[in-house]
Design a protein around this ligand. Structure first.
Ligand code: FAD
Ligand code: DLZ
Ligand code: SF4
Length: 508
């Protein structure tokens, strides 16, 4: 009997386990643009266009490689509307009695495949360095699941930046040398941009027609949409930006959206690039003396450390993880996240760039949009849906742990040992936004005081029970407690008034 080989929109890798298991001479590959996947959240139009265009090109490549590919476009009249629906239709067409799939990156779809009306065998996704079993073994018996120790194991496993059993230059982590404030000038012109070809143009027209009201700008569209282009984008980054990646990793600039970042996460997460090839290219730049250790180690840590670690947590913790709310935050997501008016320059710039590019770098996500939501007590599930919608690299396995765990502390501290909260002074140190802001970052109270300054203490005070004894937060509580009681009261009152205006939908 023949079988169907399912390839999902983020599984566009020739070495995919399902394709390895299949037999070109008798099996059929199924790929489908379906409304269920395109609308389980209302994705940014650039994200949908990227996934569909990359899927179409990958299907063409598989055909060139000799596969029989049944590809369904979104507006095909026979479209089954969902992945299980399409599998059933193709099974009836071909007479196949089994589907081979690589496990999806989301519990929702894993369960849908388990319940599908055809028999689906799910193989593990070995495009990652650590399997579920390996992560479970690492996690077992540990009091705290700190990324740093997991990362060291991944360094040993891959041999990246290793000299025998020791890390090169004697240290595992060079973050001490990283994270400088924003530079005056950036000598990197940003990521490599690609003109839409015929395939991409057809997809852009489709997305324009089918998703006219989704938040986000579709054009100009410049993402790479096949492996060759993604490789060029990677090597452009390695040559021109990697050397300064570490230094300015956390910096933000009002008029520069990309600084020295790679903008490769959409390509990596969709399968156009592999984690090891990216890390080896970065390591080679170090070996050749083209990029310093602090940049290369920091970059490699994000990929074999953080990326693998958050995936491990997502699958270890189970399907309820994205809905956790340890701090019981219930505020509705403010309209400013959808481009509603705000005087807060840092937030308006992060949201504007998200709307235009379906991209913001890590510190914009963590210390601007994430920090504000945490300080304001936004419901983490609503925020999780926002991140899942608006970024081109967002799939639940990677987005949920970053949002729910790292950014919102909603998992109760599995990922973060303390909440990522800061007053305006951090944003002022790392960016030039405050210079152009209607609020004053140096004002702590009164007319024009930066809202981050007010909300920071409000957060600390309302969560004293949970964080008061956290040794990493003791100093901040001591500072707060030393403040004049009248001043403390004024801060809390003004923060409450600000939150009331936010809830009332006023522009803040
Ligand atoms: P660079 O800064 O150049 O880093 C290089 C690569 O390292 C990235 O491409 C990415 O693959 C990897 N990486 C870096 N940090 C992380 C991390 N914390 N977790 C996983 N991989 C990491 N990343 C996603 O890929 N998808 C998401 O949906 C996503 N959601 C996030 C939500 C929040 C609230 C936060 C704080 C972070 C999120 N991240 C997510 C992590 C990170 O912000 C992005 O990976 C990064 O901004 C991608 O841009 P880049 O390619 O320019 O990365
Ligand atoms: C993100 C996405 C979108 C927008 N559309 C499709 C699609 O039509 N067909 C498909 O196979 N995959 C799509 N994807 C990716 C899936 O949503 C992704 O495989 C799951 O979220 C699991 O990571
Ligand atoms: Fe953001 Fe406050 Fe700075 Fe304005 S002053 S940009 S609100 S941190």
């Amino acid at each position: 009997m023949s079988r169907l080989i399912l390839v999902l929109g983020d599984q566009l890798s020739p070495e995919l386990s399902a394709l390895r298991e299949g037999d070109k001479s008798k099996d059929t590959v199924v790929m489908a643009e379906v409304m269920d996947e395109a609308s389980y959240v209302r994705h940014h139009p650039k994200k949908i266009a990227f996934v569909f265009a990359a899927m179409r090109k990958f299907a063409a490549q598989l055909r060139d490689d000799g596969w029989d590919v049944r590809y369904t476009e979104l507006d095909d009249t026979a479209n089954g509307g969902s992945i299980p629906g399409e599998l059933l239709r193709r099974a009836e067409d071909t007479g196949a009695d089994e589907v081979i799939a690589t496990e999806p990156g989301e519990w929702r779809l894993i369960e849908a495949l388990n319940d599908a009306p055809v028999k689906v065998r799910q193989l593990s996704d070995d495009r990652f360095l650590a399997s579920h079993n390996e992560f479970e073994r690492w996690a077992k018996g540990r009091k705290a699941l700190r990324m740093e120790y997991f990362y060291r194991d991944m360094r040993r496993k891959t041999g990246l930046l290793m000299e025998g059993d020791d890390p090169v230059e004697g240290k595992w982590n060079f973050d001490h040398d990283n994270r400088k404030p924003a530079p005056d000038e950036v000598d990197f012109g940003g990521p490599m941009r690609f003109e839409p070809d015929e395939t991409v143009e057809a997809v852009l027209d489709l997305v324009e027609r089918q998703f006219p009201d989704n938040f986000g700008r579709l054009r100009p569209f410049w993402f790479a949409t096949d492996r060759g282009q993604a490789r060029r984008a990677l090597s452009h980054f390695i040559t021109h930006a990697l050397p300064k990646f570490g230094d300015f990793q956390d910096a933000m600039l009002d008029d520069n959206r990309f600084l020295y970042h790679a903008i490769i996460s959409p390509y990596l997460n969709a399968g156009l690039l592999t984690p090891l090839e990216i890390c080896k290219a970065a390591e080679q730049a170090y070996t050749d003396g083209q990029a310093p250790i602090n940049a290369v180690e920091g970059f490699i840590r994000q990929i074999i450390g953080w990326r693998e670690y958050v995936r491990g947590i997502y699958f270890l913790e189970g399907p309820d993880y994205p809905r956790r709310n340890a701090l019981n935050h219930q505020r509705a997501l403010p309209d400013l996240y959808w481009g509603g008016e705000t005087q807060m320059r840092c937030l308006s710039k992060a949201v504007e760039q998200t709307r235009d590019e379906a991209y913001a770098h890590h510190i914009q996500r963590l210390m601007v949009t994430g920090n504000f939501a945490l300080l304001a007590g936004v419901n983490p599930t609503e925020l999780h849906h926002w991140y899942l919608r608006v970024y081109a690299d967002a799939y639940e396995w990677v987005e949920a742990p970053n949002t729910v765990g790292m950014s919102q502390f909603a998992d109760g501290g599995i990922i973060a040992s303390k909440p990522y909260v800061s007053s305006g002074s951090y944003i002022n140190r790392m960016s030039d936004h405050c210079k152009k802001c209607a609020y004053s970052v140096t004002k702590k109270t009164g007319e024009g005081a930066c809202p981050f300054n007010l909300l920071y203490w409000h957060f600390m005070e309302r969560h004293r029970d949970r964080f008061g004894k956290n040794p990493r937060m003791g100093q901040m509580y001591a500072t707060w407690d030393r403040m004049d009681p009248d001043r403390r009261e004024k801060v809390l009152k003004e923060a409450d008034a600000f939150l009331d205006r936010l809830s009332a939908g006023e522009a803040v």
